[in-house]
Write a protein that binds this ligand. Structure first.
Ligand code: ADP
Length: 265
């Protein structure tokens, strides 16, 4: 089983990645490590926001119940909300469908200084769209290259891109759906339509493997996050974001000389 989260070059086989992997952490040690990292995350985000030199785009993808919403709730709770933009991509509207598939996506790309989170993304256009044959094969097949070009444009204009595939097992999904069914407070999250998607599990895995293999560029890498354990999922995402922000060498903007300033009474 592969232990690395960063997707290696070449064809990805999801069966080689264990959704239960926890890197030797327990729930307690993972939480302790994550809270240390969260302090650093808050500091780094402040620099990103103050400096306005670059942006960070985080793409979250995964099957229903994989934890996209949960990750957003837990990983980013330390961040100044002013510097955060979350975009949720649902079934496209008729206006969106009348444009190219990247039109609605590009509008939500974060500006410099911001962290942008895509809860679902342009990858739906090679996932649900492919599995449900919403466009001809020639159309979705061309999209891998189009996505690479698009992400290259973002990267070349100062956006760091991290893409996380939250990897849960089919059994774990069943348990999570069952838990939603049994808890009236979670019924709002239960969508009977999700059961059809579950029936298409293998087709989705194939589509994910192609998306992860074909769109894994150095300027926009994919990470496979073992997500059966929520606490490990959160740790991997937080750690990857902190490491990335550290590499970005973010600086506070040069301030004017304040040495002679006196605050008037
Ligand atoms: P979520 O499951 O993300 O919490 P919803 O239950 O509203 O939110 O689901 C959003 C739905 O929109 C998903 O079924 C997803 O597959 C669908 N969707 C997103 N993007 C597209 C797209 N480009 N084409 C078709 N369906 C899409």
């Amino acid at each position: 089983m592969a232990k690395q989260n960063l997707v290696p070059a070449g064809k990805v086989k999801l069966l080689d990645f264990d959704p239960n992997y926890t890197g030797g952490f327990t729930k307690a040690t993972a939480r302790a490590e994550e809270s240390k990292l969260e302090e650093r995350l808050a500091e780094l985000q402040e620099r990103l926001y103050a400096g306005r030199q670059a942006a960070l785009l985080i793409v979250l993808q995964g099957m229903d119940t994989a934890g996209k919403d949960g990750a957003i709730e837990h990983v980013f709770d330390v961040i100044n909300p002013n510097g955060l933009r979350v975009a949720n991509f649902k079934v496209p509207t008729s206006e969106e469908l009348a444009h190219d598939f990247l039109w609605r996506i590009h509008k939500e790309a974060p500006e410099k200084g911001y962290i942008g989170i895509f809860n679902r993304s342009h990858y739906e256009d090679v996932l649900v769209v492919r599995v449900n044959k919403l466009v001809p094969e020639s159309v979705w097949k061309a999209r891998y290259e189009q996505i690479n070009h698009f992400e290259h444009i973002l990267a070349a204009s100062g956006t760091r891109i991290l893409k996380f595939y939250l990897h849960i097992s089919k059994d774990e999904q069943k348990e999570r759906l069952q838990a939603r069914l049994e808890d009236p407070a979670k019924h709002w999250k239960f969508n009977v339509g999700d059961l059809k998607v579950r029936e298409q599990w293998d087709e989705y895995m194939n589509a994910y493997e192609d998306a992860l293999s074909n769109c894994n560029m150095p300027y926009a890498p994919w990470y496979i996050v073992p997500a059966n354990k929520k606490w490990y999922r959160n740790l991997v995402i937080t750690r990857t974001i902190v490491e990335t922000l550290e590499q970005m060498n973010l600086q506070f903007p040069q301030s004017e000389d304040l040495s002679g300033v006196v605050i008037p009474d």
